[in-house]
Ligand binder design. Structure first.
Ligand SMILES: C[S@@+](CC[C@H](N)C(=O)[O-])C[C@H]1O[C@@H](n2cnc3c(N)ncnc32)[C@H](O)[C@@H]1O
Length: 467
C-alpha cells in the first residue's frame, strides 16, 4: 500500500499538473506570489477550485506529517504573533505605504518614518510576516508587498486615509476591515477563552453577556460594545468587514441551490435580519420576478435605503424591494411568505435564542413556505459514514487517501469563524447534526443542502412539519 507520505506527494503532483493545465488551456500563467493580488478570470472555475483545495489539503497535511511534532506544537503556541503583527500592518497602513513605494520596496527606516513607529520593530514584524509569505523582504531590511499582503490593500492613498481615518474601510473590499476587526477586538477577547470555559458561571452559558468578549471588555456584549461612544471607528470597520464578506463570498450556492424560478410571479421572499440587503440584491439580480422584504432593526434601515439608492433605486421605487422594521424575537407579521431567508443570522445566536427565531417564523408560515438559511456548515473532521445521507446535498465528496474527510486546513475558515462566534457572542456555526438538533421541535425539517466548491457557505432548505 502507498505510504501516507507518497500518497500526499502524488496528490500534490497530480493536482499541480491539473492546475497548470487549466491555466495553459486558458492561455494564462499561474500568478506569481511577488505580484499584487488581483481577482483573476479563472477564480470561479469549479475544477480549479476543487483541485486547489486538494493541493492545499495535501500540502498542509504533508507539513503536519514531516515536521517534528515538538516543533509543530511549540510554533502553534506562538502563532498568535501572526494576527498581532497583522493588526500592526492594518493600523499603521503598511500595505498602503508599501504600495505607494512601488515594487522596489522601502527600507525600514523610511517605513518607520512614514508610519510613525520604530523602524527596527516594524522591520521585525514585517520579517516575521515575510517568513510566512506575507510581504517580501527583497533586500536586507527592504520590504515590498506581495500577492498576499496586497490583499489587505484598501486601494486608498495614505494621505486620504490620514485625512479621514474613520472612513478608511468605506467602499473597499472589506478584507482589511475584517482582519482589523478579528485582530483587534476579537483577538483581545480571545485570550480569555480558557478563563471563560473553566469558570462554572460562564462555561455553559448561552448569553452574549457571558461570552468571552465580555470578560475582556467589561461585561458588555460585542454589538453593544461596538455601538458605544468612542468606538465609532470600530463600528464602521465592522460594517465594512461584513459587507466585504458578502461581496467576497460566491453567492452561487444561494442562487442555484433552490429552484427560485419555480416560485410564482411576485411571490414574497422575506430577508429576515437582512442588514442593508446585500444578499437580497444578489437574489433580486437573478430573480427579478419575485418581491422582497428586508426586515431589520430601525437603526439599520437608513443605511439599507442608502445602499439601494446607490445600487438599484428602481427596485425601491417600484416597491419590488421594501424595508420593514422588525425584531425577530417578536411574532412575525408577514403571513404569506413563499420563503423566509436568513443569512448569517442563526449563527449569531446560541440554540435557545435561535429556536425562538425559528418558532416565530414557523408560526407565520404557510404549509408551503420554505425556510432557507445561508451559513457555514461545519464539516466534521471525521467521516460521517453515510449518516444524514437521506438529505440531498448532505454528503461531501470522499476525500482521497490519506486526507482528512474535511480536507483539514481547507476547512480552517469555517472552524475558525465558529470559534470567533463563540468568543464574540456565545453563538456558533453548526454541523449538520447540530442543525438537525436545533430545528427539532420548531416545526421545520431540513430537506436539502446546496453547496458550491467556490464558497464555504451552504444553503440549507427547510420545509414545514407539524408541531
Ligand atoms: C451578521 S448580520 C447579517 C446581516 C445580513 N443577513 C447579511 O448577511 O448581510 C446580523 C444582522 O441581524 C440584525 N439583527 C440583530 N438583532 C436583530 C433583531 N432582534 N431583529 C432583527 N434584526 C436583528 C443586525 O442588525 C444585523 O444586520
Amino acid at each position: 500500500m502507498t505510504t501516507p507520505l507518497s500518497a500526499l506527494s502524488n496528490l500534490l503532483s497530480s493536482g499541480i499538473a491539473t492546475i497548470e493545465a487549466i491555466y495553459a488551456k486558458h492561455g494564462a500563467t499561474f500568478p506569481s506570489i511577488d505580484e499584487p493580488f488581483r481577482p483573476g478570470p479563472l477564480d470561479g472555475d469549479e475544477s480549479l477550485c476543487e483541485t486547489t483545495d486538494l493541493v492545499i489539503a495535501a500540502a498542509s497535511q504533508l507539513i503536519a506529517l514531516v515536521k517534528p511534532p515538538p516543533r509543530t506544537i511549540v510554533e502553534s503556541g506562538l502563532l498568535f504573533h501572526l494576527p498581532a503583527s497583522l493588526q500592526v500592518v492594518v493600523t499603521a497602513n503598511l500595505t498602503e505605504i508599501l504600495r505607494e513605494a512601488g515594487p522596489q520596496g522601502l527600507h525600514i527606516k523610511d517605513i518607520g518614518e512614514r508610519c510613525g513607529s520604530d523602524p527596527q520593530k516594524i522591520g521585525r514584524i514585517l520579517r516575521c510576516l515575510a517568513t510566512n509569505h506575507i510581504f517580501r523582504e527583497i533586500a536586507p531590511d527592504v520590504f515590498a508587498n506581495n500577492r498576499i499582503s496586497s490583499a489587505l490593500d484598501t486601494g486608498k492613498s495614505v494621505a486620504a486615509i490620514k485625512a479621514d481615518p474613520i472612513a478608511k474601510h468605506d467602499n473597499t473590499s472589506g478584507i482589511s476591515a475584517l482582519v482589523g476587526h478579528s485582530t483587534d477586538e476579537i483577538m483581545k477577547a480571545g485570550v480569555y477563552l480558557t478563563d471563560n470555559l473553566m469558570d462554572p458561571k460562564t462555561a455553559a452559558s448561552q448569553e452574549a453577556l457571558d461570552a468571552v468578549f465580555s470578560r475582556a471588555f467589561g461585561r458588555v456584549p460585542c454589538f453593544e460594545f461596538l455601538e458605544k461612544p468612542g468606538n465609532e471607528y470600530r463600528l464602521r470597520r465592522f460594517g465594512a468587514a461584513m459587507h466585504g464578506v458578502s461581496s467576497a463570498v460566491a453567492s452561487d450556492a444561494l442562487v442555484t441551490s433552490f429552484d427560485w424560478k419555480s416560485l410564482q410571479q411576485d411571490a414574497l421572499v422575506v430577508d429576515v435580519g437582512g442588514g442593508v440587503g446585500s444578499w437580497t440584491l444578489q437574489l433580486m439580480k437573478a430573480y427579478p420576478h419575485l418581491r422582497y422584504v428586508i426586515q431589520e432593526r430601525s437603526r439599520v434601515i437608513p443605511d439599507g435605503i442608502k445602499f439601494w439608492e446607490n445600487t438599484d433605486l428602481e427596485a425601491l421605487k417600484s416597491g419590488r424591494v421594501k424595508f420593514k422594521e422588525h425584531d425577530f424575537f417578536e411574532p412575525q407579521p408577514i403571513k404569506d411568505a413563499a420563503v423566509f431567508f436568513m443569512r448569517c443570522i442563526i449563527h449569531d445566536w446560541a440554540d435557545g435564542y435561535a429556536k425562538k427565531i425559528l418558532k416565530h417564523l414557523r408560526a407565520s408560515a404557510l404549509p408551503s413556505t420554505k425556510l432557507i438559511l445561508y451559513d457555514y456548515l461545519v464539516p466534521y473532521a471525521a467521516s460521517t459514514g453515510g449518516l444524514f445521507s437521506e438529505i440531498p446535498g448532505s454528503q461531501v465528496p470522499v476525500a482521497p487517501y490519506p486526507l482528512l474527510p474535511n480536507l483539514g486546513s481547507v476547512s480552517n475558515q469555517i472552524v475558525l469563524v465558529d470559534l470567533q462566534m463563540m468568543v464574540a457572542l456565545n453563538s456558533q456555526e453548526r454541523t449538520i447534526g447540530q442543525l438537525i438538533d436545533l430545528v427539532d421541535g420548531t416545526g421545520w425539517k431540513l430537506v436539502s443542502i446546496g453547496r458550491s466548491s467556490r464558497s464555504a457557505m451552504c444553503s440549507m432548505v427547510f420545509e414545514t412539519v407539524a408541531i
